[in-house]
Design a protein around this ligand. Structure first.
Ligand SMILES: Nc1ncnc2c1ncn2[C@@H]1O[C@H](COP(=O)(O)OP(=O)(O)OP(=O)(O)O)[C@@H](O)[C@H]1O
Length: 298
């Protein structure tokens, strides 16, 4: 079987003595190389727990995560995580924070090479000129930029983001979303991101994984973003012909289907290993039925 770059296979997580219900179970999905996947679901369904398992920071009760055909068994520099808070080292400068990660990744590199590589990523996130500042001298948005540069600088196979923009003001959030979209397109970075924000998912994701409410949360289906990356622009997202179809589908899921999903699948058609790939809005772009020309009779 040909596996995607990241393959989540039968994941379940139970906390406590084993008598409590699973937070989620039978979770299967894949992420292809270069793909940007968002996970959406209500608070408490287990999104952060799934991300922690992907990061190797938590162990599943059942199942496994396979990255590049190898089962993960702990944290690795192959998988970089960006949290909501930036977790920078306060005594190091911007350059120091990034260089620290770079030299952990490539311990044999000399100082000049580490600095040159780090500088490239500082520039990529628009922090040129702030190399010598310490975290306390930076705004929230700038700190998050350092976190993004640090994660990207180790060139991970996979970037994991847990609501990375939610603590930022709307203007900064928008600017950073645009930058992440551009950087991920330029670097073909594979990304798994948790968000609560439907518009953020539509702007950034190629696929949106929909998770039902816990306990016993499931992946209901996977929504394919039918707006191609180069047609997604934050300021006129709503003008795209597919936008409302996708948005309404996601909102309808969060408002209604996420809590009543067990009723929806009572007919037994649900197979967690073969999830539906839903393409809302695609019908709207289907070419109109061919018009049969009138036959001229002479
Ligand atoms: N270490 C733990 N011990 C016990 N229960 C835990 C632990 N970590 C998470 N949980 C429980 O697992 C459930 C899922 O938590 P998780 O943080 O993964 O949800 P989430 O979907 O990310 O929520 P949010 O959107 O609010 O961040 C919650 O009910 C939480 O209380």
């Amino acid at each position: 079987m040909e596996r995607p770059l990241i393959s989540v296979e039968g994941l379940a997580r139970r906390f406590g003595d084993g008598n409590q219900p699973a937070v989620f179970e039978n979770i299967w999905f894949g992420i292809d190389r270069g793909e940007f996947v968002c996970l959406i679901g209500h608070s408490g369904c287990g999104k952060t727990t799934i991300l922690n398992v992907l990061a190797g920071l938590d162990q599943p009760s059942d199942g496994a995560v396979i990255v590049d055909n190898r089962e993960i068994d702990g944290p690795s520099l192959d998988r970089a995580v960006i949290f909501q808070g930036h977790a920078l080292l306060p005594w190091l400068t911007v350059m120091g924070n990034i260089a620290f990660a770079v030299s952990s990744r490539w311990p044999k590199w000399d100082r000049a090479r580490v600095a040159e590589h780090s500088r490239k990523f500082i520039e990529l996130v628009g922090l040129k000129g702030a190399e010598n500042k310490r975290p306390a001298q930076l705004s929230g948005g700038m700190k998050q930029r350092v976190g993004i540069a640090r994660a990207l600088s180790i060139q991970p196979k996979m970037l994991l983001m847990d609501e990375p923009f939610s603590a930022l003001d709307a203007l900064t959030r928008g600017m950073l979303q645009d930058e992440v979209l551009r950087i991920c397109a330029d670097t073909r970075q594979t990304v798994f991101m948790i968000t609560h924000d439907v518009d953020e998912a539509i702007l950034l994701a190629d696929k949106i994984v929909l998770m039902t409410n816990g306990p016993g949360a499931k992946i209901a289906e996977i929504v394919v973003n039918t707006m191609p990356r180069n047609e997604r622009h934050r300021n006129d997202l709503h003008r795209h012909p597919q936008y409302y179809a996708i948005r309404n589908h996601l909102v309808e899921f969060l408002v209604n289907r996420s809590k009543a999903f067990d009723q929806e699948i009572a007919d037994g058609s649900y197979d967690p290993r073969r999830l539906k790939l839903v393409k809302p809005g695609l019908a709207a772009v289907n070419p109109p039925a061919e018009v049969v020309p009138l036959r001229h009779t002479h």
